[in-house]
Write a protein that binds this ligand. Sequence first.
Ligand code: DHE
Length: 527
Amino acid sequence: SDRPAPSSCQKYSFAGVMLIATLAMAPLTAWAEGDAAHGRALYDDHCADCHMASRLGGTGPALIPQTLRRMYGPKLDTVIRDGRTATQMPGFGEVLSDGDITDIAAYLSQPLAETPAWGMEEILETRAFRDDYTPAANPVFDADPMNVTLAVEIADSHVSVLDGDSFARLARFETPFAVHGGPKFSPDGRLVYVVSRDGWVQKYDLWGLTEMGRIRAGLNARNIAISKDGKWLAVANYLPMTLTILDAATLRPERVIEVRGRDGTPSRVSAVYQAPPRDSFVLALKDIPEVWEISTSENPPHRGWVHDTRVEGPPEITRKFPIRKIAVEHILDDFFFDLDYEHLIGASRETEKARVLDLVIGQEVAEIDLPGMPHLGSGITWDWNGTRVMATPHLKEGMISVIDMTTWQTVKRIKTEGPGFFMRSHANSRYAWADVFFGPNRDVMHVIDKETLEIVKTLRPAPGKTVAHTEFTRDGRHALVSIWEDDGAVIVYDADSLEEVTRLPMKKPSGKYNVWNKITFAEGTSH
Ligand code: DHE
């Protein structure tokens, strides 16, 4: 196995235990009725061995609303009753009555009575790392290492490592349960970091095709970012309300920043992004009208930046990672950045508008009319008609908004066959790809001409099956699209003729990530 030796923290281990591999479910309200107190007693008897009495996860994933309500699929009571094939989750239908199962589901739908401490010590305890392992000096494969493309397969928690030229599978490694968001590559593209919704961060040597280790940086995490120099990883957490900074080399925790607004209100961190030209992390905050920037520079700025007063030690420690707290009018989550990271576009769920924040001056400078819950995180930009435009799908409306980034006016709303999730393009391609993710037409992928802003082709490669998320190869000649099903596939298209080249069987492939496109922050990809 290419996994590191288990440590004493095996109880939270990555062990290949895919317990409740798809503890996916309908919205909480659908299963919240029931006697939660009775459910708790049953939970302690039947579930706590694997998921822990704390519900924070052991060999099985965490069973807390923060995690459960973000996952879709079969209802929780169905999973408890029938179990999950291809996982270690057994069915309890023979042992428990339907009423018992409803009671357990009711208990699991309740938030934890107290937020458990998850600071430096607790995080460090979970660290399982091959300290004696040196990343490979050269790739152990012949493929172009800069064109390697990862496909995250969420049905059985694996990542396929693909040769971006031949599409051969170089490796397939196991990940923690429920990976979400894009894996982040080291600036040289040799290492990759993956994060799961349960807060596990995994480090993998792409040239050596070997896992280096894991650590649980949060109890419920959103995503990760890597600093410009590749030294630091930032993990955005919902539970607890912190940003964890890890040393990327060793995965040891370096700092746990408690997130509180200027008036003391605690906040979840919706997401963290790297802003390369600014040498900083930018944080989207779920509960307070502030945007935070955390400097990762060796010579951090001073004026207007504050230090985490809980950190003690010499100045080289206390002055590290200064924070700039920018007040905004409304809570903004889900960010998009222009290519030089001067402007941040944030969605305000209260107003159905997006706000444009100038990061240099630290002020909001414009408002964009964006109803229908835009998914700015997967927006992309390109040059059009002598200006630069950005395009974003909407989670609640079947349209793509195209916005002029000079005037911040909408230049076109492209009608699609349903609400979409992801968009992608490439500088060498004349097309932008946009999926339909919700509704009866979620088997559709639209191809949009970036010049005419018209849909030129609507692909339906697997009728009735969800088709989503596109990634390009390094040269932009091929587009990889997911058939987002347990027994799904990645379809490789010729990005020019739009003809299918090959189909690679995969277990619910979600995102794909090309090393070169990611480390160069290429136009057309997510950041
Ligand atoms: Fe995601 C990226 C937020 C639900 C699959 N998603 C992101 C990012 C954010 C985000 C902020 C960018 C982070 C990054 O890549 O570093 N996602 C949210 C939500 O707020 C939302 C709507 C609900 C939630 O609370 O989580 C949500 N996301 C989902 C899903 O249900 C998806 C479809 C399935 C899943 O795996 O959970 C999903 N999100 C993804 C993927 C990416 C992503 C595959 C990376 C896309 C990329 O190309 O970079």
